[in-house]
Design a protein. Structure first.
Length: 191
C-alpha cells in the first residue's frame, strides 16, 4: 500500500484545520481590538448587545411586524437605532413603541421607512457600501475608524459612535464622498 496519498490527505486536513484556527484567532483579535478601543465600557458594550437581542425579539413577537417588515436594531450606549422598512405608519409606530417599552433603552432613533422590504440585491449593495465606507475611514489617518459604527440601509448610511465634533465631521465627509451613498445620517453621541 502506498503511504503517499494518505500523507497528502493528512497534511491537507491539518493545513485546512490550522487555517480555520487562524481565522478564528484573527477574528478574536480584531473583535478584542474593537472592544478595547470602543469608548463605551465593556459592561455598556455587553448591555448594548443585549438590547439588540431583546428589542429584536420583542419586535419578532408581533406577527404584523415579523411578517410584513424588515427591521434592524442597532444599539449604542443604550440608544437604539431602528432602520428598515415597514408597510404603513401604524406598524412603524408600533415598532417604535415596542422599542421604547424596553426599560433599558434611553432613546429610540426612528429611521424606519414606509415601503416594501428591500431585496437581496439592495442588501448586497448596502453591505458593499458599508465595506467601502469603513475601508475609506481606516485609510484616513485623522480618523479612528474603529470607534465608528457604519450601517447602510437602502443606500442610506447611518454613523454611530461616541465621538467629538471633529471626528463626526471627518466621518460624515468620508461617507458622503463614497460611491453608492445616497444620504448620510448622523446618530452620534458627542463627547
Amino acid at each position: 500500500m502506498n503511504a503517499l496519498p494518505i500523507r497528502l490527505l493528512a497534511t491537507l486536513l491539518i493545513v485546512t484545520s490550522l487555517s480555520g484556527c487562524a481565522g478564528v484567532i484573527m477574528a478574536g483579535a480584531v473583535g478584542g481590538a474593537v472592544m478595547v478601543n470602543d469608548r463605551r465600557s465593556f459592561t455598556t458594550q455587553f448591555d448594548d448587545h443585549g438590547l439588540d437581542v431583546a428589542v429584536t425579539a420583542a419586535l419578532d413577537e408581533d406577527d404584523g411586524l415579523k411578517n410584513q417588515s424588515r427591521i434592524r436594531v442597532i444599539s449604542m450606549n443604550r440608544r437604539v437605532l431602528l432602520v428598515g422598512q415597514v408597510p404603513n405608519q401604524m406598524l412603524k409606530d408600533r415598532a417604535v413603541q415596542i422599542a421604547r417599552a424596553n426599560t433599558d433603552v434611553a432613546q429610540v432613533h426612528d429611521q424606519l421607512r414606509i415601503g416594501n422590504p428591500v431585496g437581496f440585491t439592495t442588501r448586497s449593495n448596502d453591505t458593499w457600501t458599508t465595506t467601502k465606507v469603513k475601508s475609506r475611514m481606516f485609510g484616513d489617518n485623522e480618523l479612528d475608524a474603529i470607534r465608528i459604527k457604519v450601517i447602510t440601509e437602502n443606500g442610506e448610511v447611518f454613523l454611530l459612535g461616541l465621538v467629538d465634533p471633529s471626528e463626526a465631521d471627518l466621518a460624515v465627509e468620508v461617507a458622503r464622498t463614497t460611491s453608492g451613498v445616497r444620504k448620510v445620517i448622523k446618530v452620534f453621541e458627542y463627547l
